[in-house]
Write a protein that binds this ligand. Structure first.
Ligand SMILES: Cc1cc2nc3c(=O)[nH]c(=O)nc-3n(C[C@H](O)[C@H](O)[C@H](O)COP(=O)(O)OP(=O)(O)OC[C@H]3O[C@@H](n4cnc5c(N)ncnc54)[C@H](O)[C@@H]3O)c2cc1C
Length: 453
């Protein structure tokens, strides 16, 4: 009899696991309460990057004269932008739906929860269906964290879910939180022409990132007139008509037309019947998992944001794939464990920021000897041709073996270029493998080879 695999949540983790497991011969049922594709398609990765792409096109027009063009002016049309985002999201969702159907995955539109270790209930508009399962995957994602000092109203006090796009273009947006999501929104709305204030609780934006990388971004923000409130924690938000005021713990106040909360997320684990199945959760509501993504109940897996690992769509998808292999018993042969330390990530600001593998600061903190080589894009012919020579490539390698351990890129197309270093890190390549690759000229990737020298 085929393995009965029930999945709750159809985001990147759930739908990837469903596709692979079905391909490997499982009988897969996927329960999704909203849309397959998940928050990633509806609110997070895709809408945010679509808006950033439009902001990027506007920035390009502002730089037109540096490219030998007459002055260009672009005006934002919110309705067209809204249609564009919906169009991209629908296109991607249709693709995922067709893929699932082509693999024979049964999709139930409804809410899923465990009622026992091997039994899942789907609540749909037609009633309740009980499903027996040999293996279960919980992949219900997360939602924006809302602090007790602020009540979002969806009009002027916004979470990230209200921002694609917001009801109107903010005249002045106050962004609370300077992690990856916060800085992407600062970039997006300042590209659209909104005034922006960013509340930064520490002394640098992107506190988890390399100081040099964060400094490059801060320079760009200041150049664009973004106000930075460093070392300030927001502790209250008030709305008075069209005006919002954010109070900070150091006595400062930031005023604007809108405020956007970007202070992290919380897992959707409350209504999953975890107790009924004996699955442990940690104090933050995440489901702890082992290296096979198994929860404390071994045939119940958790993945994506719910698992409390790196909250990235790419990581969620890869977990889904590894889980499918494990459920179908393939881990004993070709399976490689997922190494979260080798996940590439990007921040879609201007300049773009991307990194992978070992960070310089972590190497110094652990006393590990490393070789750091860095090349600025101002030395790249292609960056000059493209009219944007900001940023640099940094490669971190082992000084004795030449093995590539990590790297960061700040600059145009960093999110694409980091793939070369990510591949080198995953495949244990050496700097000479990059140096001796015959690359295209002129191309931004040449800076990678130069940095690897
Ligand atoms: C603003 C923003 C931008 C981001 N940009 C990027 C990016 O550029 N790149 C990147 O890699 N990551 C990005 N992320 C992170 C990324 O969106 C998440 O890591 C990813 O969506 C997690 O995938 P998931 O499968 O765990 O969950 P989700 O994508 O959240 O999917 C979970 C699904 O489960 C469903 N669900 C929940 N409860 C139930 C239930 N009881 N029954 C049935 N269905 C249920 C939900 O409806 C949802 O469809 C971004 C996040 C944010 C907030």
């Amino acid at each position: 009899m085929a393995v009965r695999f029930v999945i709750v949540g159809g985001g990147p983790a759930g739908n990837t696991a469903a596709t692979y497991a079905a391909r490997l011969g499982a009988e897969v049922t996927l329960i999704e309460r909203d849309i397959v594709g998940g928050a990633a398609h509806l609110w997070d990765c895709i809408p945010s990057k679509a808006m950033i792409a439009t902001g990027g096109a506007m920035s390009m027009t502002r730089r037109a004269q540096t490219m030998g063009l007459d002055k260009l002016e672009a005006h934002l049309d919110f309705d067209s932008l809204r249609d564009r985002i919906a169009g991209i999201s629908t296109h991607l969702r249709t693709g995922v739906t067709q893929l699932l159907a082509s693999q024979g995955v049964r999709v139930i539109q409804g809410r899923g929860r465990l009622v026992g270790p091997h039994r899942v209930v789907a609540e749909t508009t037609d009633g309740i269906e009980e499903l027996d399962a040999d293996a279960v995957l919980l992949a219900t994602g997360s939602r924006p964290r809302v602090p007790d000092w602020c009540v979002p109203d969806g009009e002027r006090i916004l979470t990230t879910r209200d921002a694609y796009p917001p009801p109107e273009l903010p005249e002045h947006l106050v962004v609370v939180g300077s992690g990856v999501t916060g800085v992407e929104f600062v970039h997006m709305f300042s590209s659209f022409g909104s005034g922006v204030t960013l509340i930064v609780s520490r002394q640098q934006v992107l506190p988890q990132k390399d100081a040099e990388v964060a400094a490059a971004l801060e320079d760009d923000f200041l150049r664009r007139g973004v106000r930075l409130f460093k070392g300030a924690r927001a502790e209250g938000v008030e709305r008075d008509g069209d005006l919002v005021t954010v109070r900070c713990d150091d006595g400062r106040t930031a005023r604007g037309s809108h405020v956007l909360l970007c202070i992290g997320s919380i897992p959707n684990s409350e209504e999953l019947g975890l107790e009924a199945a004996g699955v442990d959760v940690d104090s933050g509501g995440y489901i702890p998992i082992n290296h096979h993504c198994q929860s404390t109940v071994r045939h119940i897996y958790a993945a994506g944001d719910l698992s409390g690992k790196l909250p990235l769509s790419s990581v969620a998808s890869m977990q889904g794939r590894k889980i499918a292999e494990h459920v179908m018993g393939l881990h004993t042969r070709e399976h490689r464990h997922l190494d979260y330390d080798k996940a590439a990530s990007a921040i879609f600001t201007e300049p773009e920021i991307a990194d992978v593998g070992l960070a310089e600061a972590d190497a110094f903190a652990s006393g590990r000897k490393i070789r750091v080589t860095k090349v600025p894009f101002s030395a790249s012919a292609k960056a000059l041709i493209d009219g944007d020579p900001r940023g640099f490539v940094k490669i971190i390698s082992d000084p004795y073996t030449g093995q590539v351990l990590g790297g960061s890129i700040v600059g145009r197309n960093a999110a694409e270029l980091i793939s070369v270093i990510a591949l080198a890190v995953t495949a244990n390549l050496k700097v000479t493998d990059i140096v001796e690759s015959l690359l295209v000229h002129p191309a931004l990737a040449e800076a990678l080879a130069d940095a690897a020298e």
